[in-house]
Design a protein around this ligand. Structure first.
Ligand code: KIV
Length: 272
C-alpha cells in the first residue's frame, strides 16, 4: 500500500474570516525561501507572506521598490513547494498594479499561475480599488495594505508612524472601508496608532492584521528575519525578537573557522 500523506486542514481566506468571527487571533510571518517556509509552516503559522520586503532582506536593497515580478515569483514558488497548511499571500511588486487595472490583473495571474500561491497583496486605498476589482474578476483573493506602505516611501520621506493626524486617520478609515467594499479578504495595517487600528478592526468585518498597530486588531504579522534576530540593525518599538540568530550564527561561523584553522575539523569520525 502506498504511504498515505497526513491530511492537513489548510488555511483559506474563509478560515481567516471564521477566526475573526470567533475572536481567534491570526498569526502571519514573512518567508521568502523553501527552508524557512518549511519551518514556519511546520510551527503552525496561519498565513505566510512572501513580502516585497525580500527586496531589503534577501537582496540588500534600501527600499522595496527595485524587486521585480520575476523575482517575486521565484521567491513565491520556493515557498509554495515547502508549505502544507498555511495560506500563502504574495506582494504585487511596485509598478505592476498602480494606475493600470489590466496590468494589475496580468501581474496577479502570473503570480498565481507561475508560483502556485493562494492570494496577492497590494498597497493603497481608494486609488487601487479598480485594480482590486479587476483582479477579483479572475477569482484571485486580494489582501489590502494601509498605513505605512513602504512602496510609497519617497512620498512619505520617512518610515515614521502614519496617520497620527486627524486628516490622515480619517482617510485611512475611508480607505479601509473602500478596500472591504471592493472585496479584499483582509487588510494589513502597518505602523499606525493602536487606537486607530482597533477602530478600523471594529469597523470592517474582514480580518485586520497589524504590524506596529497594537493588539486591538485581528492578527499580527512580522518579518521573519526581524523576529528571529537575523537583522540586528533594525530596532523599531513594535518588534519582539524571539531569538538572537545574528549573534548565534556569527559565533557558530567563528567556531567553524577556528576549528578549520586549528585542524580540529574534520576529525577521524568526520571522514571516510
Ligand atoms: O513586505 C512585507 O514584508 C510586508 C509586511 C511588512 C506586512 O508587507
Amino acid at each position: 500500500m502506498p504511504k498515505q500523506k497526513k491530511e492537513v486542514k489548510k488555511v483559506t481566506t474563509h478560515v481567516l474570516q471564521e477566526m475573526k468571527t470567533a475572536g481567534e487571533k491570526i498569526s502571519m510571518l514573512t518567508a521568502y525561501d523553501f527552508t524557512m517556509a518549511k519551518i514556519v509552516d511546520a510551527a503552525g503559522i496561519d498565513v505566510i507572506l512572501v513580502g516585497d520586503s525580500a527586496s531589503n532582506v534577501m537582496a540588500g536593497h534600501e527600499t522595496t521598490l527595485p524587486i521585480t515580478l520575476d523575482q517575486m515569483i521565484y521567491h513565491a514558488s520556493s515557498v509554495v513547494r515547502a508549505v502544507d497548511r498555511a495560506l500563502i499571500v504574495v506582494d504585487l511588486p511596485f509598478g505592476t498594479y498602480q494606475g493600470n487595472s489590466k496590468e494589475a490583473l496580468n501581474t496577479a495571474i502570473r503570480i498565481m499561475k507561475e508560483s502556485g500561491a493562494h492570494a496577492v497583496k497590494l498597497e493603497g486605498g481608494l486609488e487601487v480599488t479598480e485594480s482590486i476589482q479587476r483582479i477579483l474578476t479572475a477569482g484571485i483573493p486580494v489582501m489590502g495594505h494601509l498605513g505605512l506602505t513602504p512602496q510609497s516611501i519617497y512620498k512619505f520621506g520617512t518610515y515614521n508612524v502614519r496617520a497620527k493626524e486627524e486628516a490622515e486617520a480619517k482617510k485611512l478609515m475611508e480607505d479601509a472601508v473602500a478596500l472591504e467594499k471592493s472585496g479584499c479578504f483582509a487588510i494589513v495595517l502597518e505602523k499606525i496608532p493602536a487606537k486607530l487600528a482597533e477602530k478600523v478592526a471594529k469597523k470592517v468585518t474582514i480580518p485586520v492584521i497589524g504590524i506596529g498597530a497594537g493588539g486591538g486588531v485581528d492578527g499580527q504579522v512580522l518579518v521573519f528575519h526581524d523576529m528571529v534576530g537575523l537583522n540586528n540593525e533594525f530596532n523599531p518599538r513594535f518588534l519582539r525578537r524571539y531569538l538572537n540568530l545574528y549573534d548565534d550564527i556569527k559565533k557558530a561561523v567563528g567556531n567553524y573557522i577556528k576549528d578549520v584553522k586549528s585542524k580540529d575539523f574534520p576529525n577521524s569520525k568526520e571522514q571516510y
